[in-house]
Ligand binder design. Sequence first.
Ligand SMILES: *Cc1c(COP(=O)(O)O)cnc(C)c1O
Length: 429
Amino acid sequence: MDSVGPLSRKLFAAAKEHIPGGVNSPVRAFRNVGGEPFFVHKAAGSRIEDVDGKTYIDYIGSWGPNILGHAPVVITNTIHEVAKNGVSFGIPNPFEVEMARTICNWVPSVEKVRMCSSGTEATMSAIRLARGYTKRDFIIKFDGCYHGHSDSLLVAAGSGALTHGEPDSAGVPASFAEKTIVLPYNHPEALEKAFAKQGEQIAAIIVESYPANAGFVLPQPGFLDLLRSITKRHGALLIFDEVMTGFRLGKAGVQGLENLDPDISCFGKVIGGGLPVGAFGGLAKIMNQLAPDGPVYQAGTLSGNPLAMAAGLAQLKELAKPSGYPRLEELGAHFESGLRQVMEAKGMPYRLNRVGSMFCLFFTQREIINVDDVVKQDLEIFKKLFWGCLNKGIYLAPSPYETGFISLAHTEADLDDTLSVIEDVISTI
Ligand SMILES: *Cc1c(COP(=O)(O)O)cnc(C)c1O
């Protein structure tokens, strides 16, 4: 098996002594590719450097937040300047107001927004808000969509199409999971059936606007519109989890691309500029149900943290320039056409989903409709590609269920270098 450098291996051994599995988030353990992770001590632009001194062109970008690349000067300077005046106050600060105003200006469906410290908090709070607002208990989520790790959302499909969800983790009480209905994504009939059966009890549908945590799966034509119309018809709310896609695929995320207004939207990742952040927002009449105005409790010691707000605002300002989203699309399109050429020349069955700076390559002939298709791809080819690329200085996600990210720091030369490595590696498979 391929392996990483000696200093990384030593650190991982030390990490495993005091950190469960040696990591603070499971995917970092490289279990899906069978190996050990490397440790990074610095990064700049499109590249990260491991503790053994090897550099890699990075396609993870800290799992989404680093859309300008690593350590962009606009963000590091902002953090230095703001930190001189204090890193946390626990009292309102001006950056929170500017962040809220920016989000509401960029995302038409959001009239008011509450900041928190992670995407998990955002979706957890959005669910509580939806339940409090509708005075209903059930929620619908889709198999393969990831919304962070709160109890109501760590739920897997039960046996039988319309049964209630089952805990997807030890420690989640079955009685919580029962309130979450898990349906297949892109399956209108299953949705119609669930609402026909218990539409009056359903508080909300939560959906990853473009699911990007079990491969990168796109909605079939009409599916998102159906989510909007069916929730309206039954007095339920539609929650768009745009933690990954928000502020990455455009100023208004997927809802902007699809011209669709959800009732509540969840954000994170890009709006924190690499610092811990989350946010959820929507119509004022719904958001006003939150404490201290309303009965739905939600709070956070570090919510609206001045460093995170200032770093996020600095990032959003860069993205708003003409050199922002259009450039990401240009880079994404360049990479996509190159990758298609490589795969077609090799004659290997594949699917490639790409929107803007997000991409995912699948080793399968199957059309990618939902997670069932994603898991049926050839995972051995994926592993070989991952290690082959890593050895040659290209860091792709260490799991076939993750999306790749291109940043504004990537150049056409980076992408072309990457494509020729992929071509080399693929030719040996
Ligand atoms: C990353 C992610 C989350 C969780 O955010 P954390 O900040 O990791 O808690 C939730 N939903 C989606 C769609 C995500 O991609």
